[in-house]
Design a protein around this ligand. Structure first.
Ligand code: SF4
Ligand code: FES
Length: 249
């Protein structure tokens, strides 16, 4: 039989953006250690519903670290203590019996709070809409070797393309900077031949939108890289800065 664990949860409750918000304490009792963190919250929510209380609002979708929908601070760390994974991939076995977990939403001026642990990350969508694409005529798939790309370049582009837009980088940064996210989205296109034609306009417009949304600037603290579930490297930010200088010349 799977080992059970008890946890004390101090969870941020806030009805809406105008509510002041507060921490409420909950007991998560007899939780199967093999459960995921989000399954544990489901159990707490089931109990709240049975008691006629308001369940805790928390975002999730794919539950396998792909979609970027989940995310919360667990004891001050975006996505919790496990490096290189999203909140939905965190398991209860990473905690000890009777541990106290402080769970809060990702906080940033650009991520307006919707309810409890759910924040509005549509600022990221607007940065992508400002230029995070290539304009091509669609049709049948082209021959894969038509435009040669070196293995090294393809790997760098694919690594940058792994960004799931979760916002942990913003939540971890004292400046609430979205530079790692924006750099990843610019890098995966600018590294490839298909991304060259629009690169100057793309870089200018995405950086402009990033600033308009109220994100801060990067001051090289590397907190973003440390918490990124996809291990996006800050070297992408250096690439973004180089591209930006070329784009505004
Ligand atoms: S760079 Fe990493 S932390 Fe930031 S949005 Fe992308 S996946 Fe999330
Ligand atoms: S729910 Fe999709 S990444 Fe966590």
């Amino acid at each position: 039989m799977a080992e059970k664990i008890n946890l004390i949860l101090k969870i941020w409750r806030q009805k809406n953006r105008d509510d002041k918000g507060h921490f409420s304490e909950y007991e998560a009792r007899d939780i199967d250690k093999d459960m995921s963190f989000l399954e544990m919250l489901d159990i707490v929510n089931d109990k709240l519903i049975v008691e006629g209380k308001e369940p805790i609002a928390v975002d999730s979708d794919c539950l396998e670290g792909i979609c970027g929908t989940c995310g919360a601070m667990v004891n001050g760390q975006p996505h919790g203590p496990q490096r290189g994974s999203a909140l939905c991939q965190l398991h209860v076995r990473h905690f000890k019996n009777n541990d106290v977990l402080v769970i809060e939403p990702f906080r940033s001026r650009a991520f307006e709070l919707i309810k409890d642990l759910v924040v509005d990350r549509s600022a990221f969508d607007r940065i992508i809409a400002a230029g995070g694409y290539i304009s091509v005529k669609t049709g049948s798939a082209p021959e894969a070797n038509f435009i040669p790309v070196s293995k090294e370049t393809a790997d760098l582009a694919m690594d940058a393309a792994a960004c799931i837009g979760c916002g942990a980088c913003v939540a971890a940064c004292p400046n609430a900077s979205a530079m790692l996210f924006t750099a990843a989205k610019i890098s995966h296109l600018v590294l490839l031949p298909q991304g060259q034609l629009e690169k100057k306009r793309r870089t200018r417009e995405m950086v402009k939108q990033m600033d308009l949304e109220g994100f801060g600037n990067c001051s090289n603290l590397y907190e973003c890289e440390a918490v990124c579930p996809k291990k996006i490297k800050v070297s992408n930010i250096a690439r973004l800065n180089r591209e930006y200088l070329r784009a505004v010349r």
